[in-house]
Design a protein around this ligand. Structure first.
Ligand SMILES: Nc1nc2c(c(=O)[nH]1)N[C@H]1C(S)=C(S)[C@@H](COP(=O)(O)O)O[C@H]1N2
Ligand SMILES: [Mo]
Length: 377
């Protein structure tokens, strides 16, 4: 068994419910024969030390699902387009695949990534670092599909619907997004890193919204409906809102003090650092950085709690809204505990702050990532 395989196994043991493994292993017709008896979803993050590749392998990519997917039968699956259009349309997957193809490599990050790092602590899934990944998404432009239906000028918000259904009286995950953003670079993806889109990630079709948080990236899409007004409901009016201005940690913001979560914030994480090192001996420190701005300009590293900073080397691979791998050859000067931290600056000049802005939902954490290294003489 290769090292790679052991790592992937470890990921499933650590993070994913047995369900995820079952979903992967089962052949399609066998899966359809199984009867789903509960409403538990899979919420699994990738261990940060495994996020070292430019393209995050599909099997390692974090999964965040509010409820268990109701996988659409690919033969009967249709994408319905209705609402503010000249004519309603239905697309089969093969019809969609006849439209011009497009491809984008970009980061998918859950708005709640890092929630478990906030203090005072917050309810909700306790994501730390690994609810983010970078993938190559292939599909068709949302713009091309809406154009075929004759998009009306009155349409301001694209309502998106997936096929998953919540248990009992729980509100459905119904969402909408500003039409300008989705027309600019939104994609309907059927492929992830060159493979068919996996069920856990929204097969047969999901939305890709480059630079924006994961709540906009609707999985298991069945309907798109351009509308005059935004979607209503819990997942628009209560969830996925972020303060307009920072407040005091632990003090709940009022609805009018918040606006919807859209672009990701500039951040970097350390993926690779030794637990122990010897003074005077060089070590390779690695990580990634990304932002809701189209590229990363610089990543710096500090070993003195942010008092002084050194530029890291940025990897040559980059795409707008993708993450940028970085590395730094660090030589610890003296014995003791060294506190490493990294800070990214994006192409718009936004600098990653030491502390993230506390908010009651625990969204968009982007404070510095500290890693302690024990340095021996
Ligand atoms: N239909 C549907 N789409 C969804 C979700 C969901 O629960 N149902 N979760 C959203 C959230 S909050 C995130 S962060 C991303 C996660 O995508 P992934 O599981 O492929 O990593 O999917 C989004 N799309
Ligand atoms: Mo999310």
């Amino acid at each position: 068994m290769s090292f790679d395989r052991i790592d992937r196994r470890r990921f499933f043991l650590l993070a994913a419910a047995p369900l995820l493994a079952a979903q992967k292993a089962a052949v399609p017709h066998a899966r359809e024969a199984l009867l789903q008896l509960n409403g538990y979803a899979v919420n699994a993050e990738t261990p940060i030390e495994l996020l070292t590749e430019y393209l995050t392998p599909n099997e390692l990519f974090f999964v965040r699902s509010h409820w268990i997917p109701r996988t659409p039968d690919p033969k009967r699956w249709r994408l319905t387009i209705d609402g503010e259009v000249d004519r309603s349309l239905h697309f089969t997957l093969s019809e969609l695949k006849k439209l011009p193809r497009t491809e984008v490599t970009c980061v998918l990050q859950c708005a709640g990534n890092g929630r478990g790092l906030y203090s005072p602590p917050l309810p909700g899934v306790q994501w730390r670092f690994g609810a983010a990944g970078n993938a190559r998404w292939t599909g068709v432009r949302v713009r091309d599909v809406l154009d075929r239906a004759g998009l009306k000028g009155s349409a301001k918000h694209l309502h998106a619907f997936g096929s998953d259904v919540p248990p009992d009286k729980v509100p459905p995950f119904h969402r909408s997004i500003e039409i300008e953003k989705i027309l600019a670079d939104g994609i309907l993806a059927f492929s992830m890193n060159g493979e068919p889109l996996p069920v856990a990630h929204g097969a047969p079709l999901r939305l890709i919204v480059p630079g924006w948080a994961g709540d906009h990236w609707m999985k298991w899409l069945v309907r798109l409906s351009p509308q005059v007004e935004p979607q209503k409901g819990f997942y628009m009016e209560t969830a996925y809102r972020y303060p307009l201005a920072p407040g005091a940690a632990g003090v709940t913001f009022k609805p009018e003090e918040m606006s919807p979560v859209t672009e990701l914030f500039v951040k970097s994480n350390i993926t690779t650092a030794p637990q122990r090192a010897q003074a005077g001996h060089a070590q390779e420190i690695r990580g990634f950085a990304f932002s809701g701005a189209p590229d990363i300009a610089k990543v710096e590293i500090s070993d003195d709690d942010g008092a002084t900073w050194q530029d890291t080397i940025l990897d040559h691979r980059h795409d707008p809204y993708a993450w940028r791998l970085w590395s730094y050859r660090w030589t610890p000067a003296r014995p003791g505990v060294a506190r490493l931290c990294a800070r990214a600056t994006d192409s718009r000049g936004n600098i990653q702050p030491r502390e993230a802005v506390w908010n009651q939902s625990g969204y968009l954490h982007n404070g510095w990532h500290f890693v302690d290294v024990e340095v021996t003489s």
